[in-house]
Design a protein around this ligand. Structure first.
Ligand code: GTP
Ligand code: MG
Length: 360
């Protein structure tokens, strides 16, 4: 990317040169000619602004690429036990143990295995974040646990979750929950899932099925094993050095500490003190905390963290990018705010026009 000109970048991104130039102006970059070479960070920012997935642009060659933990989201129908299952898994998590059972709510937690492997779970309701991230072409979830209650079977939101996962190209592991119930019928659930096109392992496919009970804590280890096996098949890796690329899972306002964002690093290393642009907001990272609430100086891929120091509240699914200066952070944030406002007005305008048409 280094030394790429606007002309080349425009070609790569499938955008016009004026579009690229206006973005450059927005981020405060002065460019005289389309043949001028751009700095790597600027080229990246501009590419991001036009929605080009930066992961593709980043070359991992020659960098420190290491295996990483899977990031898992639990999905399924109302009342099928998503929260209960996460709570049960959370109780086996490292953070819960370290914090003496009092886990602060982070929207994500890590379960460590004896083998040294670990799994990062994102809390539900994660549907909104999941969809938002998918819309940005950056599904952060590697695996979806599809929770189906053994007594209730496949329901509308089960199907919805399945199609979400399928569209995003995220593999599923089915967890048949509430198997402790006398009315439980896991066999029926298997048939229903198969009938919906899920290729179950026991029928020659590759979707693992695990019977669990969140309440009686049965099958949790089997579920974790299944997830690790799935992760192994996917050979998950991430670039560990270089600028971080991360995503917001959840954000909230704390009275004393200001805007806080739970985030997961997708690639690179996020370092305390860096200037970041988060969605349309910006800030300088004042503190990074891990799931146990401990301060840490940096965050690596698949590690859920809480960051402090943003000027405004970002949204779930927002991307976090590192920039070199406060000035650039401000400018990119302003540019994005303007763009969001334009998009919003455009959408309103469109809706108005459609309404008028209908009334004619
Ligand atoms: P929503 O967030 O509303 O979509 O529900 P959920 O999927 O998070 O379900 P939740 O964990 O809240 O559980 C719903 C009900 O099912 C609660 O009353 C739980 O106690 C019960 N439940 C969850 N898991 C089990 C289980 O393994 N066995 C039994 N018997 N009940 C369960
Ligand atoms: Mg719930």
């Amino acid at each position: 990317f280094e030394g790429m000109t606007i002309l080349e970048l425009a070609k790569r991104c499938g955008e016009s040169i004026p579009t690229m130039q206006s973005i450059l102006v927005n981020v405060g970059e002065k460019v005289d000619s389309e043949f001028d070479p751009l700095g790597i960070d600027i080229a990246e920012l501009v590419a991001m602004e036009v929605g080009v997935n930066v992961r593709r642009l980043h070359s991992d060659e020659g960098t420190n690429v290491l295996p990483r933990s899977p990031v898992v989201t639990v999905m399924g129908h109302v009342d099928h036990g998503k929260t209960s299952l996460l709570d049960a898994l959370r109780q086996t998590s490292v953070a819960a143990k370290e914090a003496g059972g009092i886990t602060q709510h982070l929207g994500a937690f890590v379960v460590g295995m004896q083998s040294g492997a670990s799994i990062t779970f994102l809390d539900t309701p994660g549907h909104a974040a999941f969809s938002a991230m998918r819309a940005r072409g950056a599904a952060i979830t590697d695996i979806v646990v599809l929770v189906v209650a053994a007594d209730d079977g496949v329901m509308p939101q089960t199907l919805e979750a399945m199609s979400h996962a399928k569209e995003a190209g995220v593999p599923m592991v089915a967890a048949i929950n509430k198997c402790d119930k006398p009315t439980a019928n896991p066999e029926r659930v298997r048939l229903q899932l198969a009938a919906e096109g899920l290729l179950l392992e026991e029928m020659g496919g590759d979707v693992q099925v695990v019977e669990v009970s969140a309440i009686n804590k049965i099958g949790l280890d089997k579920l974790e094993e299944a997830l690790l096996l799935q992760a192994e098949l996917m050979d998950l890796k991430a670039r560990n050095d270089g600028p971080a690329q991360a995503y917001v899972v959840e954000a909230r306002l704390d009275r004393g500490r200001g805007p806080l964002a739970t985030a997961i690093v997708k690639a690179g290393t996020l370092v305390s003190g860096q200037f970041v642009v988060v969605g349309a907001e910006w800030g300088r990272i004042r503190a990074i905390r891990d799931t146990a609430g401990k301060m840490t100086n940096f965050a690596r891929p698949a590690m859920p963290i809480e960051i402090e120091g943003l000027k405004g509240l970002p949204m779930a699914g927002d991307d976090i990018i590192v920039v070199h200066s406060e000035e650039r952070a401000r400018m990119l944030s302003e540019g994005r705010k303007k763009k969001r406002e334009r998009d919003r007005l455009r959408k309103l305008e469109k809706e108005k026009r459609e309404k008028e048409k209908e009334e004619e």
